[in-house]
Design a protein around this ligand. Structure first.
Ligand code: FAD
Length: 446
């Protein structure tokens, strides 16, 4: 069993595993340096928003679950709440409050925490709060993953192809008449997820059921229905991103594992093999997501060339610009890892894109249900990071990505999240290489 040594083409990308691994080695140190720089290490998030879907009371109280916040006075004036609130004040007067009424722009694929006057909005030094093993597990985390994967059911795809039928059935959305009537099924799904007092909130999670649900989704997304390839590409991409994120989080947990018996942190090979290595499609989805993110950071390069970093020092701004451009240049060698032009084609393209966005925005909301502060922070950040990558790829043509002609296309938080998410996936690919070496070592007769 060649657990962690995948070969060949990565499905739905223009790349094979080997070229991703080569480019990952080439750019790893550069992205690591970037996320430690002043501009990229500080992140603003609302960590205590109420879960909108069910009563999430089981907040993890382990020390490793908590997040160390920082005093905003250490930040450049332009990034502080006061400065940002002032920007949000409209010249049209207090009755006109676009930011209060509309939590996202039409181009956005996710919700950014933009209520900056809320007391629960905090600043975090990401380098001080690494994503790693926290001990958060059980029904709470299982329920969140299940809700996230349930967003994989696309009603438009269903209407055109019946391709989502399996999904509706395994979600037990009701009678078969619902399953064969996509609108009824969709309505049932929406009401279940949206009503805080819905029965869904109290359904005990059966682990075997959850496992089966996810296995079926994986099979379907991995080409269970090849005749629907054309239509289902978007749905597959959606699934691969979510599963890639899940794999990447699991890899960090296994790579920075806390052994409770010895009290030592370190890589746990069994954890990796069980959760990822023995599931080729989960491994593939990490490389897939890396390829998509790589294409997005490459595409946003020209925008960042003229971007105002506002770190509080001209020298630091120039240093950041240089580091970003140097990093982007080294991603040029493999520009077409992912071809976004293949997606959202055909008569239903606009409706499908709208639905894709709605699902992804729902995932942002589901992240407020994660019952562990640090997991919530990284879950939210990486959802914003993936959402920003999708926005770069699908909301703008290359020529629009110019901050002089089109300022304010991206908030600082979106750029920080995109690069930190890319770094998390870079660390995952790096960890796969480490686990591969550990596995080979274990297999070598001594
Ligand atoms: P889980 O990872 O909970 O998976 C549940 C089921 O999903 C599995 O049984 C399997 O059927 C399926 N599955 C697993 N991986 C994949 C995949 N890649 N693709 C498709 N299906 C899959 N814990 C920490 O220690 N540190 C963290 O930083 C952290 N962050 C988290 C962030 C979020 C958003 C969430 C929801 C949870 C987080 N957790 C974190 C918890 C962690 O993800 C696991 O839920 C927990 O470790 C229990 O793992 P498990 O083995 O029971 O399976």
């Amino acid at each position: 069993n060649d657990y962690c040594n995948p070969q060949g083409q990565i499905r739905d990308t223009c790349c094979d595993y080997q070229s991703i691994e080569t480019i990952q080695s080439d750019v790893f140190q550069k992205i690591q340096n970037l996320v430690h720089s002043k501009f990229f290490r500080y992140y603003r998030a609302d960590l205590w928003k109420e879960c909108p879907f069910w009563n999430e009371e089981a907040l993890c109280t382990n020390r490793d679950c908590s997040v160390a916040t920082i005093d905003e006075n250490v930040l450049p004036v332009d990034w502080r709440k006061d400065a940002l609130s002032a920007i949000q004040l409209s010249p049209k007067g207090s009755l006109f409050q676009p930011f209060k009424q509309c939590t996202y722009k039409d181009q956005d694929f996710c919700l950014v925490d933009d209520q900056i006057d809320s007391d629960s909005v905090v600043y975090i030094d990401l380098t001080e709060n690494p994503e790693r093993f926290t001990g958060y597990a059980g029904p709470s985390s299982g329920r969140v993953w299940k809700a996230i994967y349930e967003e994989n059911c696309f009603d438009i795809v269903h209407q055109m192809t019946e391709g989502c039928e399996t999904c509706n059935n395994i979600m037990n959305l009701g009678s078969s008449s619902q399953a064969s009537n996509p609108l009824k099924a969709a309505a049932a799904k929406q009401s279940r997820l949206k009503k805080p007092d819905s029965p869904f909130a109290h359904v005990p999670l059966d682990k075997a059921e959850l496992h089966q649900f996810l296995e079926d989704l994986a099979e379907e997304a991995d080409g269970g229905n090849d005749s629907n390839d054309e239509v289902c590409l978007e749905k597959r991409v959606y699934y691969r991103l979510i599963s890639g994120l899940h794999s990447s989080i699991s890899i960090h947990i296994c790579h920075e594992w806390f052994d409770r018996e010895s009290g030592v942190w370190g890589p746990n090979l069994d954890c990796f093999v069980n959760r990822i290595g023995s599931h080729p499609e989960r491994l593939q989805n990490v490389y897939f997501t890396y390829a998509l993110l790589l294409r997005a950071v490459n595409k946003i390069g020209p925008y960042l060339d003229k971007y105002e970093y506002q770190t509080g020092s001209d020298q630091e701004d120039e240093k950041t610009r240089f580091m970003v451009q140097d990093f982007i240049k080294s991603t040029d060698s493999c520009p077409s890892t992912f071809d976004e032009n293949l997606m959202f084609k055909g008569p239903e393209a606009q409706a499908l894109k709208t639905e894709f966005k709605d699902h992804f925005r729902n995932v942002s909301k589901i992240m407020d249900c994660v019952g562990c502060e640090k997991c919530r922070l990284w879950g939210k950040l990486q959802t914003v990071g993936l959402g920003t990558a999708l926005k770069v790829l699908f909301s703008y043509e290359d020529k629009s990505l110019d901050p002089v002609k089109n300022p304010d296309l991206f908030e600082r938080g979106e750029i920080v999240a995109l690069f930190n998410t890319f770094n998390r996936f870079s660390e995952s690919v790096n960890a796969i290489k480490i686990f591969r070496a550990m596995y080979a070592d274990q297999m070598t007769p001594k």
